[in-house]
Design a protein around this ligand. Structure first.
Ligand code: ATP
Ligand code: MG
Length: 438
């Protein structure tokens, strides 16, 4: 019996006129009269309108079906009828309807606030919107694995509980670990740097935790970062990999998720040209010049770019832009100075990739310093105990090589691709400053 059921998306293909099929799923919408009944049925793949008459179904089945609340689980049997007006081109003429588990009155109705929908995320996951986003999310993470594996990278899994900070103490989540305090990982980086001396080229897609104390539409407290780290690689080469990776992911989404992008009204014509256009790579110093000349914004050289400056910069571009060589001063301890850069002050061998349409930074990366004393001094300046990083410095003591890596914010990328208003919808169960439920 089980095998007889088919997926809705599989029946909505040409040539199925008159075919008898069994479907199962959930009631998405109903309406009807005393004689006719319309049930829109959904399963994971799609929705289809089912039409039944009292005459065909008989009084008892008709009344039972008519009484079903939305989100009741049901199985149905009927014949497919090609109908140009029906969404997807087919309707199902019902011969049988069988409730599996009738639903109570579903709390989610039309026009509810974003916050209400997030309070009911466990139920809202069933919406066409979340269903579409989650499918695209699956394509995105699948594409990341495919991209790196095709290029000979190994998947490397970092620890989640860590004794050290890598991105600065202010966003660390503390965890009680037996009788001491440790932290949730902010990045895999320090461990990735250890692993490249064994595997040379590695990547991961891992949960990442940052206690972001301000409310923004692009920061989560728990998010997924897709990182890579490679031995014998300069930061400029890492930029090339990053651009190729993001292009590859977009190509995969366009290949597999056109329906979902349409459901999300995410207009594929924004994404298609990205596959053939050149994606600019500019220096921080050039970015300041663009801000001044084109946007009339004066940013003092040495200051990090704030969100409004990134947004103003991106008004000049319709592809992602990689900005490299930020001032060393503002950078984390592991980013080395680029002595060859042409800039008014010392800059680091680092880069950010910024998405268009106001979605902000999607990638941060750099070369990693290999000079023990430079790292020790930078750690001291940041108020860290150098002895806590002794194992990290060991990596420079035993056969050090030039190496680079970057981290891609999976939800930031999804939010941009899907054109979401808020990053919270790019992850199934968001965690932020103000939300930990459901
Ligand atoms: P931002 O300045 O936007 O806070 P960052 O410089 O702290 O970003 P990195 O440490 O470079 O970010 O992390 C790499 C990537 O991880 C970022 O480019 C971004 O895409 C993503 N990311 C960082 N913090 C968050 C967060 N709190 N929620 C979601 N994604 C994040
Ligand atoms: Mg940050």
């Amino acid at each position: 019996m089980e095998r007889d059921f088919v997926r809705i998306s599989d029946v909505k293909v040409s040539g199925n006129q008159g075919l008898e099929v069994k479907l199962r799923g959930w009631v998405y919408r109903t309406r009807g009269s005393n004689r006719m009944l319309f049930i829109v049925l959904r399963d994971s793949s799609d929705i289809i309108q089912c039409v039944g008459s009292r005459d065909d179904l008989g009084d008892e089945v008709f009344e039972t079906a008519r009484a079903l609340n939305i989100e009741s689980s049901i199985s149905v049997m009927g014949t497919l009828n090609e109908d140009k007006r029906a969404p997807g081109g087919y309707e199902l003429h019902l011969k049988a309807v069988e409730p599996v588990s009738p639903a109570e009155r579903f709390p989610i109705t039309k026009d509810q606030s974003e916050e209400f929908l997030r309070d009911n995320r466990h139920l809202w996951l069933r919406s066409r919107k979340m269903n579409a986003i989650l499918k695209i999310r699956s394509t995105v993470t699948g594409a990341i694995h495919e991209f790196f594996r095709m290029r000979g990278y190994y998947e490397f899994t970092p620890p989640i509980l860590t004794p050290n900070a890598a991105e600065g103490g202010s966003t660390l989540f503390e965890v009680k670990y037996y009788d001491r305090k440790i932290y949730m990982t902010q990045t895999w980086q320090l461990y990735a740097e250890a692993a490249i001396f064994s595997l040379e080229r590695i990547y991961d897609v891992s949960p990442t935790f940052r206690a972001e104390k301000s409310k923004t539409s692009r920061h989560l407290s728990e998010f997924w970062m897709a990182e890579m780290e490679a031995a014998w690689m300069s930061y400029r080469q890492a930029i090339e990999v990053a651009i190729e990776e993001v292009r590859f992911i977009i190509a995969k989404v366009l290949e597999k998720n056109r329906n979902e992008l349409e459901i999300l009204e995410a207009d594929t014509s924004r994404l298609e040209p990205l596959l053939s256009k050149e994606w600019p790579v500019i220096t921080y110093t050039e970015a300041l010049r663009i801000l001044k000349e084109k946007m009339g914004m004066d940013v003092t050289w040495g200051k990090d770019l704030r969100t409004i400056e990134e947004e103003a910069l991106m008004e000049n571009f319709d592809t992602p832009v990689t900005v490299l060589q930020y001032p060393k001063e503002a950078m984390a301890f592991y980013k080395p100075v680029d002595p060859e850069a042409d800039a008014p002050g010392p800059v680091a061998k680092c880069f950010d990739m910024i998405a268009p349409e106001g979605y902000g930074e999607i990638i941060g990366g750099s070369e990693r310093d290999t000079d023990v004393s430079a790292i020790s001094e930078a750690l001291e300046r940041e108020g860290e105990k150098v002895e806590n990083y002794d194992w990290y410095l060991d990596l420079r003591r035993y056969g050090s090589v030039q190496h680079s890596g970057y981290g891609l914010g999976v939800e930031r990328l999804i939010a941009w691709i899907c054109r979401l208003d808020n990053i919270k919808d790019a992850i199934p169960f968001p965690r932020t400053l103000t939300r930990v439920t459901p």
